[in-house]
Design a protein around this ligand. Structure first.
Ligand code: SF4
Length: 435
């Protein structure tokens, strides 16, 4: 069975108020019958399979989003091309005997986002439908000889006991569905659910936790698991960003830093070829890549044969920042002036940063660990303490002797030729596993 998935991002979901949904908050092109037909023809060129799945943000059976003529055109097209099985998505209110008439002669599956079989939770999710709306729609679909596919959220907010709630929802949905998809709910940055995460009222599940919770259903032929419905990175939209200037406990522990550190520990997968951790200081200039510190470091190490294996990790007020995110908010937007640090805030910085490094290294293993820091830096102290606690040996590429000599001179010791030479020398001796 060869299948094709078509993502048709057109128009708006007629409802658009589910608090976890980011798609309905995007601006997609208005429906245009001619353009939609041309686009469909183009997407189906060369496809010779028998199964087509259509995903869109909303309801395929809503005339305002997908004109009826387009639906009929699609069904005809399927018949001509030998596509026998078609899956579409719809909210229950658009599922009627009339809207289903156009699909005669096709093995149709209609997917419905029930999310959770609990009217109180559905209300809190802003779903705008009830369990009864779902069963009514499912009955209509079955009465026409078509199939029902039900989406359930594994970790919706407002649920006290995720497992118990999921068990109830699955048992209920099985009575009305031909297939079920258990979805790992991840936060779309433009949806209110993202704010619940920032406020510490809800948290996405890790992949491991998702598979642990859904294990009882893993071998059920009617149930599919979807651990990652979209490539999740916490991209704060401009309107949700904060002013992160200042030196205070409030800034240090800002929720926008917290959610990123949670993401980096719980969800982020470091690039596979990055086997050498190189912890680096931050810079006043943002993004870090535009600063003198990081330009010098980059120029020093970029020609090393192992450069592609080096994972630059900045340690700063937000915690651990993998360099590939250096131009992401909040890493490119905070301003922490070290000259304003008090002994108390330095102490707190070390404690908070040590915990963040510890957590990061618990989740991400490297073959080698290096850093390039002034020995007096709080970030260095935090790094050493975290590594000691984990039993990880992390070498400072700047030797203490060179540092002691350079710190007497004017200017940042890390900018000095001797220091950069040591950085290059230490890293050039690293033997990659298998070489
Ligand atoms: S989840 Fe579905 S019904 Fe809810 S707003 Fe998004 S597209 Fe619309």
């Amino acid at each position: 069975m060869k299948e094709k998935v078509l993502i048709l991002n057109i128009g708006r979901c007629a409802w658009g108020r589910c608090i976890f949904c980011g798609y309905s908050r995007e601006n997609y092109p208005e429906p245009n019958l001619l353009r939609m037909k041309v686009d469909l023809d183009r997407k189906l060129v060369g496809f010779e399979g028998d199964t087509l799945k259509i995903f869109g943000s909303g309801s395929f059976l809503d005339d305002k989003q997908f004109p009826r003529e387009f639906r009929r055109y699609l069904v005809e097209k399927c018949k001509k091309k030998g596509i026998k099985h078609l899956t579409i998505e719809s909210r229950p209110e658009f599922i009627t005997e009339d809207t289903l008439l156009d699909f005669d002669g096709i093995d149709l599956t209609v997917a419905i986002g029930l999310e959770v079989a609990d009217n109180d939770i559905l209300k809190k999710l802003g779903k705008g439908m009830t369990v009864e709306d779902y069963t009514r729609a499912a009955d209509i679909i079955h009465s026409k000889g078509f199939k029902v596919r039900t989406y359930l959220l594994v970790n919706p907010p407002f649920v006290d006991d995720i497992k118990e709630s999921l068990d109830r929802s699955v048992s209920f949905a099985l009575q009305h569905s031909d297939s079920i998809v258990l979805i790992n709910l991840l936060p779309h940055a433009n949806a209110p659910l993202f704010d619940l995460w920032v406020e510490g009222k809800w948290k996405p599940l890790t992949r491991e936790k998702f598979f642990e919770i859904t294990r009882p259903y893993a071998n059920n032929p009617k149930i599919e698991l979807d651990v990652e419905t979209f490539r999740f990175v916490p991209r704060f939209p401009p309107e949700k960003r904060a002013n992160l200037e200042g030196v205070s406990s409030e800034i240090l522990n800002h929720p926008h830093f917290r959610v990123w550190q949670e993401y980096l520990c719980d969800w982020y997968e470091k690039p596979k070829d990055k086997t050498i951790a190189l912890f680096l200081p931050c810079s006043a200039k943002k993004p870090y890549s535009k600063s003198k510190t990081h330009t010098l470091i980059y120029k020093t190490i970029k020609t090393l044969p192992i450069f592609k294996n080096i994972h630059r990790l900045v340690i700063s007020t937000p915690g651990v920042v993998p360099f590939e995110f250096n131009d992401f908010y909040p890493f490119n937007a905070y301003e922490w002036d070290e000259r304003l640090e008090t002994p108390e805030i330095k102490k707190e910085y070390i404690k908070v940063t040590k915990k963040r490094i510890f957590d990061y290294l618990k989740h991400h293993k490297y073959d080698h660990y290096f850093c390039f820091f002034k020995y007096s830096a709080e970030s260095y102290i935090a790094l050493q303490e975290a590594c000691n606690e984990l039993g990880v040996s992390c070498t400072n590429c700047l030797s203490r002797e060179t540092y002691e000599a350079l710190k007497e001179e004017k200017g940042n010791p890390l900018f000095k030729e001797e220091a950069l030479k040591e950085l290059r020398e230490v890293l050039s001796k690293v033997k990659q596993k298998g070489t």
